[in-house]
Design a protein around this ligand. Structure first.
Ligand code: ASP
Length: 338
């Protein structure tokens, strides 16, 4: 695809070659994310970071990624503080805000809302999560992490065996990741969820139609054996019609060190889009896994900045100029990533 000036709304936009292109640019961003160098390639550019749903990682990593390329960030973090509460349409908001920014990142609770907003925007819009639908940048950073983890084991993404565990119905990160993985060869998906929280049928059908091996499991133990990647998710309680229903699923599938040791192959990579629910009644990914070297959750979050820098660089057409605007860092930097 031609990234320049494009909206990034769904992983359906990407072909395998596009993913590889994004990953090459992300690799180039490492010295800037590591604070070995700074670049001012986006000096003067403005990002409107609009989050109409709670977010910590996604919002701050998009903002930091833009800052690391030298740009300025303006944030809107509450619907209550925006004109949407006065009945303003997404169309009007998009027309107005796109006059004030060079690129917009948006998260919104309704499926399809970011695409609707993008239709009226005069600048590129990146979907940072539209309700239960999609979360493309999360899926890209997850896949980038999978690629790195598999490379360190002498493997590629092709022939991957992955178990996706938890709320597969409302988990937008899972929806986008499943679709993105389907661009590779011979992926084996184990979908592990209560029957009511299964992956939407249209996504299951598309994975099968692309020739992949897809199996559904309703028991944790049989679902997580013989895989390379164990991708655990939180019950998306904010998407349930009522709290009682959400409570029924909390804590149903919990992965801890003992369960991992008993059921998983020794080097199985453990991933989670975060936040993990660390309340005692949930613990879908137990805190006792923290010393497990295969726990990749914080490598995922570090990779998120690289992927988001790459998306900005591609959409704003500066990917090949980043190094021309680079300087050494002049302040103290802890070697956080070593
Ligand atoms: N942070 C991810 C999302 O925004 C996953 C989650 O919230 O559980 O979809």
């Amino acid at each position: 695809m031609d990234f320049v000036g494009s909206h990034i709304l769904s992983v359906d936009q990407f072909a395998r070659a596009d993913i590889e292109h994004i990953f090459r640019v992300a690799d180039d961003m490492q010295p800037y994310a590591d604070r070995d160098r700074v670049t001012r390639v986006l000096q003067g550019a403005i990002l409107s970071n609009m989050f109409f749903e709670p977010s910590t990682r996604t919002r701050i990593s998009f903002g930091s990624a833009f800052n690391m390329l030298g740009g300025e960030v303006r944030e809107t973090t509450e619907v209550a503080a925006s004109s949407l509460t006065k009945g303003e349409s997404l169309y009007d908001t998009a027309r107005v805000l796109s006059g004030y920014s060079d690129v917009i990142v948006m998260r919104h609770p309704e499926a399809g809302s970011v695409a609707e907003f993008a239709k009226a925007s005069r600048v590129p819009v990146i979907n940072a999560g539209d309700g239960p639908n999609e979360h493309p940048s999360q899926a890209l950073l997850d896949l980038y992490t999978i690629r790195k983890e598999m490379e360190s084991r002498g493997r590629a993404i092709d022939d991957l065996r992955i178990a996706l565990v938890g709320d597969l119905r409302y988990g937008r990160a899972v929806h986008s990741l499943c679709k993105l993985l389907a661009l590779f060869e011979h992926v084996h998906y184990k979908l592990v969820s209560p029957p009511e929280l299964s992956l939407p049928a249209d996504i299951v059908d598309s994975l099968k139609a692309a020739g992949h091996d897809v199996r559904e499991h309703h028991e944790l133990e049989t679902g997580i054996d013989h895989v390379d990647i164990l991708y655990v998710t939180r019950t998306q309680e904010e998407r349930f019609p009522d709290q009682d229903e959400a409570d029924r699923y909390r804590g149903l599938f919990r992965v801890n060190q003992a369960i991992y040791t008993k059921n998983c192959e020794p080097n199985t990579v453990i991933m989670h889009p975060l936040p993990r629910d660390s309340r005692a009644q949930a613990q879908e990914l137990d805190d006792d896994l923290i010393e497990n070297p295969n726990l990749a959750i914080f490598r995922q979050t570090d990779n998120g900045v690289l992927i988001r820098m790459a998306l900005f660089a591609l959409v704003l057409d500066v990917a090949d100029q980043v190094h021309n605007h680079a300087q050494p860092v002049t302040w103290y930097t802890a070697k956080r990533f070593r």
